[in-house]
Ligand binder design. Structure first.
Ligand code: FAQ
Length: 311
């Protein structure tokens, strides 16, 4: 009988939709790319709290404030599930934070844009959470078990976030001329960065080939981006806003919307740390880490004391 290599057995499991679990053999590159993607995803959730947190004290009424607080807390929770999933692969949480704080690990480009008005909070829910779900639904079926299981709950919460964002924009769309203008301005600023969230084009994506083979990713960056555009155009119509792309039009032959050329220079500039808020975001995270040192220390002492008591 032919002997199978560990790599062949691993690939067969992936091909047969059997989840890979933490203690099983996996190629080093699979482990590495999962740590990279999951930790960057976790960092995105945590940094993603900053632009929204900025509006908690200024939400227009109590209901909106409660919803926003709950949403920001959800994002913290998503970060924690994801850090835990990454830890199962043999990296510590401190190492992941270190990578974020030193700029070695990326986080989503989208969170380097400012939230200038209340409408930006709705636009984040509608467009940013909308793009996030479009990308993340496939991750519920990703080949690595702990990541897939974390994503099930995250997607449920993200889809609620998307709907609350849309509902809050719908309220603005029925409001005064000023409110409608604020809504349009937010959509004008968030549309292109949301399209960019899906990452570079398939031709430029360095990780996709391996990630698709290993079923970490199941759909390409460009396919997901197209699905997002197709789904969003009708929603914009209902809101009564225009999308800031003169080339956006239905293509009967393709059965999809065509859209304009993405400004990839802007995307890479933001990814490399030169976006409007990169420095501000990183300073806020490093400050929170430094100022939280006493909490971590106190928690460790408390845990040690409890352990001693139990023993
Ligand atoms: N920003 O080869 P690919 C959220 C990097 S969570 C920055 O195509 P891959 C929730 C990429 O890392 C949003 N960098 O990479 C929320 C790679 O560099 P590396 C985050 C980006 O991994 C909502 C290089 O470019 N979601 O929004 C970006 O196969 C509201 C080449 O790219 C996830 O992380 C970008 N946009 O595909 C929170 C989902 N795109 O690492 C608060 C999980 C690409 O080799 C409020 N991640 N790069 O140095 C993924 O699905 C994938 O990692 C992609 C990128 C699709 C993001």
């Amino acid at each position: 009988m032919a002997q199978h290599t560990s790599e062949e057995i691993f690939q067969q499991k992936v091909d047969n939709e059997i989840k890979i679990e933490a203690r099983e053999w996996m190629p080093d590159e699979y482990r590495k790319t999962l740590i990279r993607q999951i930790s960057q995803h976790a960092h995105s959730e945590v940094v993603g709290m900053l632009p929204e947190g900025n509006w908690i004290t200024r939400a227009p009424n109590l209901r909106r404030k409660l919803i926003l607080i709950a949403k920001v807390q959800d994002e913290a929770g998503h970060g924690l599930y994801l850090y835990s999933a990454a830890e199962t692969l043999g990296i510590t949480r401190d190492e992941m934070y270190e990578q974020l704080h030193t700029g070695k690990a990326k986080y989503s480009s989208i969170f380097n844009y400012p939230t200038l008005t209340w409408a930006d909070i709705g636009a984040i829910g509608w467009l940013v959470d909308g793009a996030a779900i479009m990308n993340q639904v496939m991750l519920c079926r990703t080949s690595y078990g702990p990541y897939a299981r974390a994503m099930v709950r995250i997607c449920k919460e993200e889809s609620f976030h998307q709907r609350q964002g849309y509902e809050s924009l719908l309220a603005l769309s029925k409001g005064s001329d000023e409110q409608r203008a604020m809504l349009q301005d937010a959509v004008n600023r968030w549309w292109w960065p949301s399209i960019m969230m899906f990452g570079p084009s398939d031709a430029e994506s360095t990780n996709s080939e391996k990630s698709m083979l290993w079923k970490i990713k199941r759909q390409s960056n460009d396919d997901l981006r197209q699905r997002f555009v197709d789904a969003t155009v009708d929603q914009a119509r209902i809101l009564g806003v225009t999308l800031p792309d003169p080339d956006l039009k239905w293509n009967e032959e393709r059965g999809h919307y065509d859209f304009g050329v993405i400004n990839w220079d802007e995307f890479w500039n933001v990814v490399k740390g030169n976006g409007p808020c990169n420095k501000q975001r990183m300073n806020a995270r490093v400050k929170a880490w430094n100022e939280g040192a006493w909490v971590r220390e106190a928690a460790m002492v408390f845990a040690d004391k409890r352990r001693q008591k139990v023993a």
